[in-house]
Design a protein around this ligand. Sequence first.
Ligand code: ADP
Length: 760
Amino acid sequence: MANTALSTSNTVSDDLQLLQKLFKNVPGVVYQFQVFNDGSFCFPYISSGVFALFGHTPEEIIADNSKLFSKVHAEDKERLYHLRNASIQNLINFNLDLRLQFENNQIKWINIDSTPERMPDSIVWYGYIREITKEKEKELLIEDSERRYRNIIESSLNGFIIGKGGLLLDANIAAVEMFGYDNLEEFKTKMRDEVLDATDNRLHEIRHLRATSGKAKGEITGIRKSGERFPCFISSTEVKDVDGSVLSMNFFIDLSEVAKVEESLSKSQQLLSQAEAIAHIGSSEVDYKSGKFLWSDEFYRIHGLEPNCYEPTAEISEQFLLPEEKYKVEIFNEAPLKHLENLAFDTKIIRADGVEREVSSSWKLMYDADGTPSKMYGVVQDITEKKQLERALKLSEEQFRGAFEYSAMGIAIADRDKKWTVINDSLCNMLGYAREELLQLSFKEITHHEDLDLSLLHLKELEEGKRDFYKSEKRYLHKDGSIIWVMVVVSMIKNKDGKAHQFLAQVENISQRKEHERVLKALNEELELRANELLDSNKELEKFAYVASHDLQEPLRMVASFLQLLEKKYGTQLDDKAKEYIGYAVGGAKRMRELILDMLEYSRVSSTLIAHEQINLNKIIEEVKLNLLSILDSESEIRIEGVLPNVRGIKSQIFQLIQNLVGNALKYKSKERKAIVEIKATEQEKEWEISISDNGIGIDYQHYEKIFVIFQRLHNKNDYSGTGIGLAICKKIVDKHGGRIWVESEVGKGSKFTFTIPKH
Ligand code: ADP
């Protein structure tokens, strides 16, 4: 602290005095600071500006320089001493910004700028201190703002690139990523035209505009590292760098992303309107302030309108309401007054196309803080089908209920304990109980004791899931003790979880049927008895016929031969009358013989002992033709249509059947024309149909049945020979083979006899 007299010395030159005068008026502090080799220091000189800055006169500082150093902000002291030491050691310029802190917490920024000079015993700095609070604050503000902007830019999702003369000076991460680079360093090695497509003219327009107006924006094409080109939006400004060169600040938005977002947005909107359309839900928005209505596409459609066909209004909405439904929308006027928030009602509308539909609508009202309504949102759903379904369901429920109640069938539901829980009137009537009485009983008490075990077994099987239902005939006991036969169908009713929890019994009173069955059975038994008796008697009869026809022949032959003997021996003694009578007697005997032979033939057909075999009908016909040669002349012809099949049967009988039919067809021919007989076979599913048609005299329909009866003829024996047994034999043969025989005919035109023979 020595040598403080310099500033006040009377020995200073005029120059020095001039300098001191100047320094007094310089804003800031001019000073001389000296550090001795022993480490002590002092201010040999300090100008009067120190007072304005530190609040102390130069004299005070010179006397006690700690007054000055104590003002240095605690956080800046270290920097100060550090720089002072460096300056001492290396004699380097001392230039430092630091803060002064005063008792009233006021902060002043100062800049100290001084140059050291080495003296033999010390180092002396000649320096200047000036206040830079204002600049510093500005600088800090800028720094702050710069940091803020840098942060914003760094964290921005938009790309940001600083360019200078075709180079990429700096960029944020978003830009690096947008252009597909791994890191900033790699990105910065690229030239501007490597990342922006210069072949896109819009880039040149932007640059031109920026050069003339300082800023420009628009859509251009970016180039990613992969070479992929992508649409981007650039917002570019030009600024001057410190050195006066031009920097460009460029913001980028990747429009391919925007395009994707737009696409997905429009997709979601589409989905929404699809969902609305599928669910038939339309939405609407009412803005109370602007009075504007908004309808979704489906809202229009629900009203039978093309979307957006016209601006919706309250009046238009109301037009669609059925007149008798209009009162329902009065609630829209009342709701704001009552401060209602939710409204919901179903109503009927007439669509634009005149079709009546049912809709359900629900609305939410929004209010401002002061209670005035602001908006109303609503959804309207076409519920016509739903309502129809509901009605159908109700109807069906009613119908089922009706079916249950009025069913002629008894219906009952029993719980797992087999106690009735629901029973219909029919069951009550059937069993003779009042409903309340029957509900007290279980099915066991009304089941006949002989049928109980089986019923219980059935129920057990149902419960165990071994069967879905059972159907059985059983006996119930009427209240009066009589037995009622019923057909019951019992199944299990399953609950929603699929678990069986109740029995459903449908009971049909079959007592009458059972009675009929009983009577029928008795009748059948009776019938069977009779049939057997008949069979026996038939057999007897056949036996008798056989025996009779066989045994009768001998006496008949005797009658005939003795008559002939009588005529021979006594012919001369007999007159013509006697001879005529003998002739009649012989004729009668002959005829009787024929009849007896035919009867024998007929009775033979009954024999069941002969085995069936395959028979070729074609061969049979050939044999028949041979047999009938005597009546086959140039006036008759037998035609066979196609090839006849093989059939199973008794060959001799089938032969006889066909011979009889063909024989008749030739015998009963028309005198006016040549006889043509056609034989044809038609295959049916289970049988062969064989028909023999002729163009003969025909049969009146009233005789269709009669002709098949034994000994029934339509003609005199003089007109047509025969005994009337041929068709009876045919019928018997066909019957025995399990077939049928019938005739179709027209008198004068011909007849068609058809018989069937099963295929087996
Ligand atoms: P019959 O020995 O008299 O021929 P059938 O039993 O064979 O006996 O025939 C009974 C009757 O049916 C015949 O008398 C005849 O009147 C009539 N009849 C049978 N076949 C024919 C036919 N093809 N055309 C017309 N009438 C027939």
